[in-house]
Design a binder for this molecule. Structure first.
Ligand code: GLV
Ligand code: MN
Ligand code: MN
Length: 405
């Protein structure tokens, strides 16, 4: 094990630091298939080639860097480089930077690497631009149908098909990729923790047990545009009112069920201060500890929305844009990871990940690195240099356990 890991971490991290950084917010705006994403993807390719790893883009636009010849039983690590709007630095990129450094550590060890090892950058994990999260891993596993993916549209009306085509991906090749899935013997994703559990127990690294089921629903309320200063209250068909009531219903119902409901994105048409809106679209992100609770909550919030809309002369429609079942990570793999790390805290999470999508198809595991602020999807995400290095060492130990036999 080399002892200048902290410096090498810092060097590699610095090479990504300014890409997609907003001077205005201090957060990252790294959206799929944009010019910024292209810079990130070039960075990944350069890192792969500079290490003599074989570089490939798969049928669904995910980037791969292989040590050894791709084949059955490969040990894969990695994460994503895209971000939410004004996201933090670590969510995603930490898993890829740590993966390159962990592979460097693995190669520097005495033990021969006996299985193929790969680093992957999954495309469009956050779904910030096209609305559906984990598009790259959902396409690879067949969870998202190619025709549905192609039709996804961003806020400017650009389809995913157009965006991927302009980025040079052959859109005709999208879809479940069994030969590639057959090369993944195990997938281990390292990720910044998105809460404070590790800080609470004073541990730099933890292992995931599972992911709560979750999904995204579009609540669309349609009323009638009119003048704010002349339209009598009795004559209004204001979609903002049922929308507001729905936000409150989601909050109180999820609190009662121990679930998490969030309306974090809204579109108001025409969005004028002195006008009653004609339409309000709000996106519900809902996560619960089990699928039954999630389904019951969605139905109850939908019923509240429809009834509040009717009371206000407005129509409401609810569309599920994506849903992800509960994930329980592979127990045998988790036990091997725990053994390689000498026992670390085990945590479940409400956050979605490519490892969760893959877990239904191949053994998958996740390592979490302590986040000092506990804040995520915000520039306030924070990690200590010593913990970042501990994460790389932990990942290298796991790769050695799985790939050197
Ligand atoms: C991804 O970070 C998600 O949980 O939405
Ligand atoms: Mn995220
Ligand atoms: Mn992430």
């Amino acid at each position: 094990m080399t002892d200048d890991l902290e410096r090498r971490f810092d060097d590699l991290w610095s090479s990504l630091r300014t890409i997609g950084l907003s001077a205005e917010s201090g957060g990252y705006r790294r959206f799929a298939w944009t010019a910024v994403d292209d810079q990130l993807r070039r960075w990944f390719r350069e890192q792969a080639l500079s290490r003599d790893l074989s570089y490939k883009v798969d049928r669904n636009g995910n980037q791969w860097a292989w040590l050894g010849v791709p084949g059955e039983g490969g040990i894969v690590t990695g994460s994503h480089l895209d971000s939410v709007p004004d996201g933090g630095a670590y969510d995603g990129p930490l898993g890829i930077v740590s993966a390159f450094l962990a592979v460097d550590e693995l190669r520097a060890r005495d033990r021969p690497v006996t299985r193929p090892v790969a680093i992957v950058n999954f495309a469009d994990e956050e779904g910030a631009r096209f609305g559906v999260a984990c598009v790259g891993s959902r396409l690879l596993t067949g969870v998202l149908a190619p025709h549905a993916a192609r039709a996804l549209t961003d806020g400017q009306g650009v389809t995913l098909e157009e965006a991927m085509t302009s980025a040079g991906v052959d859109i005709a090749s999208l879809g479940r990729d069994d030969p590639l899935l057959g090369h993944i013997g195990a997938f281990v994703e390292l990720h910044i923790e998105q809460g404070r559990a590790l800080d609470d127990v004073d541990a730099p690294v933890g292992v995931a047990t599972g992911i709560w089921p979750h999904g995204r629903w579009l609540f669309a309320f349609t009323g009638e545009a009119n003048h704010a200063g002349t339209t009598r209250l009795a004559d209004r068909r204001d979609p903002m009112l049922p929308f507001a009531l729905t936000v409150l219903s989601a909050r109180s119902r999820s609190a009662m069920a121990g679930a998490l409901a969030t309306f974090g994105r809204v579109r108001v048409v025409p969005n004028a201060t002195n006008g009653i809106a004609s339409r309000v679209d709000g996106w519900l992100d809902l996560r619960a500890s089990d699928e039954g609770t999630l389904a019951t909550l969605v139905q109850a919030i939908t019923d509240d929305a429809v009834s509040a809309a009717a009371t206000n002369g407005v129509t409401a429609t609810v569309t599920c844009e994506s849903s992800t079942p509960a994930v329980v990570f592979d127990e045998e793999l988790a036990a091997r990871v725990q053994a390689a790390l000498g026992g670390v805290p085990a945590l479940s999470t409400g956050a979605g990940h490519d490892a969760g999508i893959l877990s239904a198809h191949v053994p998958a595991a996740m390592l979490f690195v302590r986040n000092r602020s506990g804040v995520s999807h915000s520039p306030a995400e924070q990690a200590d240099p010593a913990d970042l290095v501990a994460g790389v060492r932990a990942l290298a130990a796991v790769l050695a356990e799985l790939a050197c036999q």
